[in-house]
Design a protein around this ligand. Structure first.
Ligand code: NAP
Length: 243
């Protein structure tokens, strides 16, 4: 019960890593506010997790939507201990043909959305006198193996983490980035088998990661076991890249 009585906010919690993170924190005693752009999906996915989960709709790329959820958290729990900025989107675009709206959406969700949740969640944690923020980037941010908007957004998340880790440290808030490699989630299910096999061939451990393995890193980064770690990139990628 590593996170007993903590209040944890997780984005993109209807499936994949976000759902695994929600499950992990509930199993460790936390109250989890599980948000997703699709309310029905997040309600259905988390229904079996019991009364310690509050499923809410939130579009993280809209600051008013994020603010409204944070207001509900403050009203209901009076505090916030952990933010896991997991929600993300991709789009397959060749750089020279990238439409403005695809660039804006991918940056808007992956980077600006993460910023909104860090800022609004950080304000609540500042009032508490401490907490942990965990942002999710991607190995693509360092390898460049991905579309330009996605790589730029995920590299931006690393810079955002470092800056706010310094600024929020005096408030007792630690901020870190998990950098996953290819992980077995619905996001990956859309990719043709041929590409997936090619990816796996480049992973020394010989397989994709599982969402639970990312959730374990999030739990560690939110716990006192990582009390001297802030501003860092923590890679979970089977050895495919060294940060
Ligand atoms: P996923 O299966 O696509 O799940 C992401 C969830 O976020 C979906 O439920 C999605 O809803 C939701 N979402 C999308 N836009 C949102 C918004 N504006 N506000 C709130 N929720 C939103 O993704 P995943 O594979 O679990 O990935 C989780 C994170 O890890 C992402 O940041 C991703 O970029 C990163 N990552 C993934 C991998 C991988 O191999 N899977 C590798 C490295 C990094 P919809 O489905 O309705 O859009």
């Amino acid at each position: 019960m590593k996170h007993k009585n903590k209040v944890v906010f997780v984005t993109g919690a209807a499936q994949g890593m976000g759902l695994a993170v929600a499950k992990k924190f509930v199993s460790e005693g936390a109250s989890v506010v599980a948000v997703d752009i699709n309310l029905e999906a997040v309600e259905t996915a988390t229904a079996a997790l019991g009364e310690n989960v509050l499923a809410l709709a939130c579009d993280i790329s809209d600051s008013l939507s994020v603010r409204s959820v944070m207001d509900k958290i403050e009203e209901r729990y009076g505090r916030l201990d952990v933010v896991v900025n997991n929600a993300g989107v991709g789009s397959v675009d060749a750089f020279l043909d990238t439409p403005d709206e695809h660039w804006q959406r991918v940056i808007g969700v992956n980077l600006t959305g993460t910023f909104f949740c860090c800022r609004e969640g950080g304000r609540l944690m500042h009032k508490n006198g401490g907490g942990a923020i965990i942002n999710i980037s991607s190995t693509a941010a360092v390898s460049g193996e991905g579309p330009s908007h996605y790589c730029a957004a995920k590299a931006g998340v690393m810079g955002l983490t470092r800056s706010i880790a310094r600024e929020l440290a005096p408030s007792g808030v630690r901020v870190n980035t998990i950098v996953p490699g290819p992980t077995n989630t619905p996001m990956m299910a859309d990719i043709p088998d041929e590409w997936t096999n090619q990816m796996i061939a480049g992973i020394p451990l010989g397989r994709m990661g599982e969402p639970d393995e990312i959730a374990s890193v999030a739990s560690f980064l939110a716990s006192d076991e990582s009390s001297f770690i802030t501003g860092q990139n923590i890679a979970a990628n089977g050895g495919m890249a060294f940060l």
